[in-house]
Design a binder for this molecule. Structure first.
Ligand code: UD1
Length: 446
């Protein structure tokens, strides 16, 4: 049990390479299962979600090794096709293994844990796509047994909503199906393009990723391959929002600027100065960020739901009003109550939230989910006084060494132990000045 203690108000400065993308590496590792050979994946971030995925691969009989940021997966000796509930609970996105296991072994079994901190996480679109490819799926409570007794066959699959996970699952499964599969209404996220690149290196024939129609010529023999994971556009967005909140000038490398276009345009409208060249983003923020036109989360190329909390946190400590509309997940405002503890003026009605920028003040706050936790860190960097952020396990699912990275940019952030039983810190509360009581926004009195 540990927490961050952040002294806000220090401008950020410096240059750093952005870690590999969590949302890319998970489907890539599932794809490594498809080939009876050794795959080498570089730029693999050290995250709890990645460790959980590697545990699943090892349990299924793969030989897995990590050396620094390179992971080797040898799936030649794959021996299982069932994922135990314990590992599913650790990493909900492991539903991505369904398609890959079906393609490689003709069967897959896992227990799906249902909802999560973002609200219900249905997988009906995943299952419909796999059924369309010939999978027989039996649902027994929360457990799924999938078989391809009569073989998988290429088909035209229509996705009524461009689900990222369902698109990836269908692409993986279609690699093992005989004939051509056409996915219509596919998600267009850059991580899907990264998956297409790796699948083609494995010997598959996939085209169209990044557009709403993806075509997979299935049944080709696959072999191991080497791949470098794309840079994480949400982590990059986090460092930029942190700089927007705290002020300063940073340079990010290792991420394709166009993959975070919508976030960059919001930060520019808020008063930040941007310069992009190749895989390099230079960002400068000299004044408090100002309110911007409404931000609606949407499938790519729209504004990413994963950056909603993070941008909201940066604007909460700025000036002026911004309306957010969350269209992707039901419960994606859980960070709001924690930001309000720092003094943020945020009103929520259903899917909408209005943020009115005002000075923020250090307090003890709790991460509610992965991006909500990152948002608290962003707000804390721009707040006056000391903020403690607890429940870091959420943040570790998606950020490799967040404290080290921010320290590299000059932030005053320390990792400290938390007393599990009392929820109190070891020798911290006594020594630090009390945070100022934040001014209460007028609407709270209503
Ligand atoms: C992925 C990302 C997640 C991001 C999300 C949306 C990974 C590991 N996670 O999640 O960080 O927030 O995309 O950009 O890549 N839906 C259904 N039925 C389904 C599948 C999805 O109704 O079968 C709904 C979901 O409840 C949600 C919406 O579709 O409301 C988007 O979900 P989806 O695109 O599938 O997100 P994930 O792949 O789970």
């Amino acid at each position: 049990m540990s927490m961050y203690e952040i002294q806000g108000g220090r401008p950020l400065g410096g240059r750093l390479r952005v870690q590999g993308a969590k949302n890319s590496v998970l489907p890539l590792l599932a794809a490594a299962l498809l080939a009876p050979g050794q795959s080498v994946i570089h730029n693999c971030p050290d995250l709890s979600d990645v460790s959980a995925t590697l545990d699943i691969l090892a349990l299924l009989g793969c030989r897995v090794a990590r050396e620094g940021e390179t992971v080797t997966v040898d799936a030649a000796a794959l021996s299982g096709s069932a994922i135990p509930e314990r590992l599913m609970r650790e990493m909900r996105s492991s539903v991505i293994f369904l398609g890959a296991l079906l393609a490689r072994t003709g069967s897959a079994r896992l227990c799906y844990p249902g909802g999560c901190e973002l609200g219900p996480r249905p997988i009906d679109l995943h299952l419909a796509a796999l059924r369309g490819l010939g999978a027989e799926i039996r649902e027994n409570g929360e457990c799924l047994t999938c078989t391809a007794g009569r073989g998988l066959r290429g088909a035209r699959i229509h996705l009524p909503f461009p689900s990222v996970g369902a698109t990836e699952n269908a692409m993986l499964c279609a690699c093992g199906a005989q004939g051509v599969t056409t996915l219509v209404g596919a998600a267009r996220e850059p991580e899907i393009v990264d998956l297409e690149r790796f699948l083609n290196k494995l010997g598959a024939r996939v085209s169209g990723a990044g557009t709403p129609v993806v075509t997979i010529e299935g049944g080709h023999p696959l072999h191991g391959a080497e791949h470098t994971v794309m840079g994480d556009r949400i982590v990059a967005s986090t460092w930029l929002c942190a700089c927007g909140a705290a002020g300063g000038e940073i340079v990010l490398t290792g991420v394709e600027p166009s993959s975070l276009d919508t976030v960059l345009s919001c930060l520019e409208q808020a008063g930040g100065e941007l310069e992009c060249r190749g895989e390099e983003i230079r960002f400068r923020s000299t004044k408090p960020l100002r309110g911007i036109p409404p931000v609606h989360t949407a499938p790519y190329p729209g504004f990413p739901t994963d950056a909603q909390a993070i941008l909201m946190a940066a604007l909460a400590g700025g000036r002026g009003q911004t309306l957010f509309v969350e269209n992707m997940f039901e419960s994606r405002y859980r960070h709001v109550a924690q930001l309000q503890r720092l003094g943020a003026d945020i009103r929520v009605w259903g899917r909408s939230a209005v943020v009115t920028g005002c000075p923020l003040y250090g307090q003890r706050v709790e991460s509610t989910d992965l991006r909500g936790g990152a948002a608290l860190v962003v707000a804390a960097l721009g707040a006056e006084g000391t903020t403690q952020v607890t429940q870091l396990s959420h943040i570790r699912r998606g950020y490799q060494d967040m404290e080290g990275t921010l320290r590299q940019l000059g932030a005053d952030i320390r990792l400290l132990p938390t007393n599990r039983d009392t929820g109190e810190d070891h020798g911290i509360c006594e020594t630090q000045p009390k945070a100022k009581t934040p001014p209460q926004p007028a609407w709270r009195a209503l």
